[in-house]
Write a protein that binds this ligand. Structure first.
Ligand SMILES: NC(=O)c1ccc[n+]([C@@H]2O[C@H](COP(=O)([O-])OP(=O)(O)OC[C@H]3O[C@@H](n4cnc5c(N)ncnc54)[C@H](OP(=O)(O)O)[C@@H]3O)[C@@H](O)[C@H]2O)c1
Length: 350
């Protein structure tokens, strides 16, 4: 089966990962690529500053870029638009009937917009049907929040999570392309990424919250404080997490909870599902961005560096790593669209 889709923001870093992954996807097939008006009419392979391994997918290189159309030609769109373009375009497209799976922050906290990490809260997806629109917007969380949500999800049902303190070490590619290149950062770091810590504190309770049909979402009660730094790594966000559990746990029990986690029943074995979902690294030397960010084709996360912070087993420190462009953006959004398809939510598809 091939469901035609549009990629909005196809020339950006996240858009390139959409193109890379959708060029050979079993469900979705790219019909239209959209970027800024200056690139309209130019073949994708000429307009894009390709930053992915290898070359532009052959099937897409000759496809001419479109400027944002009045109305989308397909019922499904993946968006990696800049924040400004997202604010101008996504809601009108959804109002006109499209399902827009977006990576931009614009609509993440809108009450009826599901904010989805499929294995954690794919059951929130039908919330999109409550939107007062002919179509819907479904949002991907901030790239840093995705990894933390996946690392905490296995611990909550067994031990309860009361609070987290997190320091993130975020890759340069998280800042997008700047004049066609990665952000410059060498032998230095940026100690605070503006707005990032606040996004994490808002988004995590929404993702981990409870939702059922006809009800308002109940955010999870969680004390979260974050410091978000930019570091000279190309791809892969590393988080140093101090977690306080409600019930005591041993290191073996925590490792076991992560290793066995494969997510919500409805979201297992989707076309892009990684196996395993969480790689558990024993000891303190891993995970690290370069050797470990591509695990599970970039969709798995890694957890390691576990050490106790008290003698009762309630406070622990660990490190988690995820690929910001794949699990934290395009790959995650495609997985979410696969989950929406599995749940029969996508318009005009069997
Ligand atoms: N980078 C990450 O790790 C990451 C992770 C999660 C979420 N996000 C979010 O995902 C979105 C894309 O991020 P990115 O890193 O890929 O950014 P990027 O490299 O700056 O790409 C932005 C894209 O938006 C397009 N665009 C800008 N203005 C437009 C307009 N008026 N009409 C149509 N298209 C327009 C650009 O096209 P032109 O090339 O023609 O200008 C480009 O394709 C952002 O909202 C970002 O916050 C990024």
């Amino acid at each position: 089966m091939s469901i035609p889709v549009t990629v909005l923001g196809a020339t950006g870093l996240v858009g390139q990962v959409f193109c890379e992954r959708l060029a050979s996807h079993p469900l979705f097939q790219i019909e239209t690529l959209v970027a800024g008006p200056e690139s309209a009419g130019i073949p994708y392979g000429e307009a894009v500053r390709w930053k992915r391994p290898g070359t532009v997918p052959r099937s897409l290189a000759g496809l001419r870029l479109a400027a944002p159309p009045e109305r989308l030609p397909t019922a499904i769109a993946f968006s990696s638009l800049s924040p400004e373009a997202s604010a101008a375009l996504e809601a009108p497209y959804a109002d006109a009937g499209a399902w827009v799976f977006t990576n931009a922050a614009t609509h993440r906290m809108d009450p009826d917009v599901p904010l989805v990490v499929p294995e954690v809260n794919g059951d929130h997806l039908p919330q999109a049907l409550a939107q007062d629109r002919a179509g819907a917007i479904v949002a991907n969380p901030n790239c840093t929040t995705v990894g933390l949500a996946l690392a905490l999800a296995p611990l909550r049902p067994r031990f309860g999570v009361q609070g987290v303190r997190v320091v993130s070490l975020q890759a340069r590619s998280g800042a997008g392309l700047i004049h066609g290149e990665f952000m410059e950062l060498e032998d230095d770091l940026h100690p605070e990424i503006p707005g990032e810590a606040a996004k994490m504190a808002q988004e995590l309770p929404k993702i981990l919250g409870a939702w059922s049909s006809g009800q308002r979402l109940q955010p999870a009660e969680l004390d979260i404080r974050a410091t978000c730094m930019r570091v000279p790594v190309t791809h892969g966000h590393t988080l140093c997490v101090d977690v306080t559990l409600s019930a005591p746990a041993t290191a073996a029990e925590l490792h076991d909870a992560w290793a066995k986690f494969d997510g919500l029943a409805g979201e297992r074995a989707l076309p892009s599902t990684p196996r395993p979902l969480i790689h558990v690294d024993q000891g303190l030397a891993a995970p690290r961005p370069r050797p470990h960010r591509d695990r599970g084709d970039g969709l798995a996360i890694s957890v390691g560096g576990l050490s106790p912070l008290d003698t009762e087993g309630r406070q622990w420190r660990f490190v988690t790593l995820s690929h910001n462009l794949v699990r934290g953006a395009a790959g995650g959004a495609i997985l979410t669209a696969e989950a929406a398809h599995r749940r029969g939510l996508l318009p005009g598809t069997p």
